[in-house]
Design a binder for this molecule. Structure first.
Ligand SMILES: Cc1cc2nc3c(=O)[nH]c(=O)nc-3n(C[C@H](O)[C@H](O)[C@H](O)COP(=O)(O)OP(=O)(O)OC[C@H]3O[C@@H](n4cnc5c(N)ncnc54)[C@H](O)[C@@H]3O)c2cc1C
Length: 348
């Protein structure tokens, strides 16, 4: 028998899906100082899903001094918080977090489990999905419930083939149904349920299981923080600007107009722009009053990061460019000429 088929059969056997219920969110603590913004955003969507299912929304927290984060989480619509508090949970640790959360899944059997698409969230979700022999959809654009393929199945929308299609991915036979969600995909909703249940789990971990010795406490070599998501005016650049010299002019325009430069993945690959300024599914989402896009085609991976902007003005020489489908104002023309014109206008 084909090995893949055999595995699927084994996985199906392991999971009696009717035993699983409730919607869980891995509520990551960022740098052991605050609840990750992306986790709070996910709680908003998860609340909606839990309400439709008539089930509970449960936040899972693993941290040092975890109690200090609970009041913030309680303000975001949860029915219950399950938390562990221990010195070993100060930093994300692959083995410890995976073992502890896996034990919780085994015991309480969530039907849906959502994770922020962060370094820790992605790593943890992938390891748990493997251990649970279940599926994982990464970086979903949207989540909805549908009866089309089974009772109240979670559908994760996921761009594929360079964004030319959006695949709807389901996990019909195994549980939990797991997804990671990028920052900015959903909106935070502040609401407090009455009588939020708080459940503390005792920390028990056999350290002899750890095969890797950490010699120094991890130091973050994070990308510099970007202010893109707070910026009111964002100037975006793409491959259509043709050269680094042209791209640099975006920064001149930003200085003159109090704007913030961002862009697509292409200028990063071209070496024109640092990675932390990427806008889109694997970068930042923007919520600006105005987004001015120069020489950007409008790939879905970029569009998902800009649609929350109030007004989008796109400049592209191709009248059929995809970005024109979402732009409020479409300027068909040479991006470099228009950029130069704007610079001259603001310089005087
Ligand atoms: C897993 C994955 C994740 C990704 N994540 C992201 C992400 O987060 N963000 C992101 O942006 N991309 C992301 N991408 C890449 C994305 O698919 C596209 O490749 C990218 O957005 C295209 O960038 P672009 O529009 O600058 O370049 P292109 O697609 O090459 O478009 C250039 C545009 O410029 C126009 N143009 C050319 N010359 C001129 C001119 N003189 N004047 C005006 N217009 C001109 C062209 O008509 C064209 O429309 C990801 C891809 C993958 C596979």
């Amino acid at each position: 028998m084909d090995r893949g088929y055999d595995l699927v059969r084994r996985w199906k056997k392991l999971s009696n899906i009717n035993e699983y219920r409730d919607v869980w969110v891995f509520t990551e603590i960022k740098d052991h100082v605050e609840v990750h913004e992306c986790a709070l955003q996910i709680l908003g969507k998860a609340r909606e899903i839990a309400d439709k299912l008539g089930q509970e929304l449960i936040s899972v927290v693993l941290a040092l001094d975890a109690e200090q984060y609970l009041p913030v989480i309680e303000e975001h619509g949860v029915d219950k918080i399950i938390y562990l508090n221990h010195q070993d949970l100060k930093h994300y640790h692959e083995r410890i977090f995976t073992d502890l959360v896996y034990d919780l899944i085994e015991k309480y059997k969530p039907s849906i489990f959502l994770f922020p698409s962060t370094e820790a969230g992605n790593a943890l979700a992938a390891r748990l999905a493997y251990r649970c022999r279940t599926g994982l959809v990464s970086d979903v654009l949207d989540l909805e419930l549908s009866d089309e393929f089974g009772n109240n199945l979670l559908i994760g929308d996921k761009p594929a083939y360079l964004g030319n299609i959006v695949a709807q991915i389901i996990c019909p036979n195994t549980r939990p149904q797991m997804c990671t969600v990028t920052m900015g995909t959903f909106q935070k909703t502040k609401m407090r349920k009455e009588n939020v249940e708080i459940m503390k789990i005792d920390y028990k971990f056999d350290k002899s299981k750890i095969k890797i010795k950490i010699l120094e406490a991890p130091t973050r070599k994070d990308k510099p923080s970007s202010t893109l998501s707070d910026a009111k005016f964002v100037i975006g650049g793409g491959h259509g600007l043709v050269s680094k010299e042209n791209f640099d002019k975006l920064f001149d325009l930003a200085k003159l107009t109090n704007g913030q430069v961002g862009g697509t993945r292409r200028p990063i690959l071209n070496g024109w722009m640092p990675e932390h300024l990427q806008i889109g599914i694997s970068g930042e989402s923007i919520f600006s009053d105005l987004y001015l896009a120069f020489g950007i085609s409008g790939a879905i991976q970029h569009l998902v990061g800009i649609t929350a902007s109030k007004i989008i003005i796109a400049i592209n020489k191709d009248p059929n460019a995809g970005i024109f489908k979402v732009a409020d104002y479409c300027v068909i023309g040479d991006a470099n000429e228009i950029l130069e014109g704007l610079l001259n206008y603001f310089r005087v």
